[in-house]
Design a protein around this ligand. Structure first.
Ligand SMILES: [Zn+2]
Length: 281
């Protein structure tokens, strides 16, 4: 099976409703790559949500996260509201102080897709395999309050997901097309995820001073993200990533540079934004 668009094309004959675009999961490294998504077998239950990644975001399915009282007794749950508050504080801090987040907000504003915090960013409880996501149906960024638990991680998630939002705003993306999906994941990994910011926080701190290491980081992150939300074979996902890699890796819009570790690149990128016509402030 190649493209999910083909699957959808078939489904379209039986329904008039617009298909979901699926959610884009900002997957944690490693475990998603190794999960049992190697076959094209449909998921046994809730096929629809699994197919498009919504199973990773229970609150996206209209369920508020339900506390299990047995776990509350053991102090394992029941702090969702505190987590949400902390998460929202971190989001607010990043919007005020995070150079890449400020740059992305400016780029989105200049592209005609300004971010309204309350409308477009949502702190939620997620599956532990993901730290964030982008929901193109609602045009919302999900920050996983149970996984992205400090400013640095939230900054990484916001930058990553804002690149998806930027691509959705500017590049006429169809997230059902696996090549489009692979491309935006490559761009997000390249510009945000594989930068030191989130790389260290999210367990992939391999030194990437070597160009090759950085490219490999981008490829493996993009692959993990594609596999997390699309029920396609690993082989097909790798093929899609490789096909679009040269073009999408070279596309540095709107940040304009790769961010190096221990550098002032974030600030430089922010300062350069007006040169690209982005309206940052
Ligand atoms: Zn992503």
């Amino acid at each position: 099976m190649g493209f999910l668009t083909e699957v959808w094309a078939k489904a379209m004959f039986t329904t008039d409703t617009k298909p979901p675009d699926g959610i884009l999961a900002d997957a944690q490294p490693v475990q998603d790559v190794n999960t049992t998504k190697e076959t094209n077998e449909p998921a046994p239950n809730s096929k629809e949500t699994k197919e498009w990644g919504y199973d990773l975001y229970p609150e996206r399915r209209g369920e508020t996260y339900k506390t299990k009282w047995t776990r509350v007794l053991f102090g394992m749950e029941g702090k969702e509201n505190i987590d949400r508050y902390k998460c929202e504080q971190n989001v607010y801090w990043c919007v005020k102080n995070g150079p890449l987040v400020k740059l992305m907000m400016g780029a989105l504003r200049s592209s005609g897709c300004p971010i309204d915090l309350r409308r477009h960013i949502s702190c939620e409880v997620c599956d532990p395999s993901v730290t964030g996501g982008y929901d193109p149906v609602l045009n919302q960024i999900v920050v996983c309050q149970n996984m992205a638990t400090n400013k640095s991680m939230v900054h990484g998630v916001l930058t990553h997901e804002m690149i998806h939002m930027f691509d959705y705003c500017n590049n006429d993306l169809d997230f059902r097309n696996v090549e489009h999906l692979a491309c935006t994941e490559i761009r997000a990994a390249n510009l945000a995820h594989c930068s030191f910011l989130s790389a260290m926080m999210q367990g992939d701190a391999a030194p990437w001073s070597a160009k090759q290491a950085h490219q490999n980081c981008v490829k493996s992150k993009a692959l993990a993200s594609v596999l997390a939300v699309r029920n396609i074979s690993r082989e097909d996902a790798i093929a899609a990533v490789e096909r679009v890699f040269p073009k999408c890796y070279a596309d540095l819009e709107p940040i304009g540079r790769r961010i190096r570790r221990n550098s002032t690149d974030q600030q430089k990128a922010y300062m350069e934004a007006p040169l690209y016509g982005y309206d940052v402030y």
